[in-house]
Design a binder for this molecule. Sequence first.
Ligand code: PMV
Length: 326
Amino acid sequence: MHYTARAHTNIALLKYWGKVDEALITPTTTSISLTLDEFYTDTTVWFDKSLQSDQLILDGETISGSAAQKVSRFLDVVREMADINDKAYVVSNNHVPTAAGLASSASAFAALAGAASKAAGLNLSVTELSRLARHGSGSATRSIFGGFAKWVPGDDRTSFATPIFEKVDWPIQLLTVVINDQPKKIGSRLGMQHAKNTAPFYDMWVRLANSQVNDMILAIQQHDIVKLGELAEANALQMHAMNTTSVPSFNYLTDKSWQVIMIAQELREQGIPAYATMDAGPNVKLISRPEDTFIIKKELANIVTSSQIIIASPGPGIKVTSGDKI
Ligand code: PMV
């Protein structure tokens, strides 16, 4: 039986940046995210007795190598849960600029968890799906849910995401400035591992990030974009500053990234709430209000072209259907 899932990516307002257990992908901090409507992955899975090995077709191309192995390892987890041995076809279409710091792994592994578990005959709750998605990629844990979600540390059983507010009925958007859409040089897995192992300020970052959780939830509950944005920008800048203290040092941000971060500051001086957040890449996402889009674009016009700006609103949780279309 074919099953197809659509999962949307998410942006972390408080970042996950380091694992307690590398194999189980359990995090050192609680992270909080907003799922986005614009970026998503559609994945169809079916198991086939006649297959010798799993087949991955990503955006129309048959994939081999480490990406295919990662998917096979994830399917092994599903096979073990469902007590089956059959290999699977995985046909995935990404509507996220892959590996450009826009967390395509979040929507990819959330969609794979949804489609593969159903195709294997499992009927998982959203909590179980979130836990399963975590085995593919940390950020995927949160992409099971729409709106704002929280993912907590714990062990294999207790580390999963829960929704804070799935329906977001107040004006908040994410304006992404695509500075570089090529795959990043240092992937998030290596980056966070290196920071945790070598950055002298890593423990401090963990304490700081965990201390921001309650205030972030309060800001979300109160629809307070200023408080939410201040916390998100501080958390992101703290993470990126901490990365530069790793030995040897590494850094995802470029001169262009900093120009956009400074524009957010200038906008705030004019009374426009715009706050920067950045993941494992140079792209800057501005947490902002839809009504300010025109003025923000105007301020950015000297640095980037309009085609480098993508606007996303809060998005929905995972959807799984039988067949090969959503
Ligand atoms: O789940 P991964 O391995 O793609 O790591 C995500 C890391 C960040 O995007 C930087 C932060 C986050 O919480 O999404």
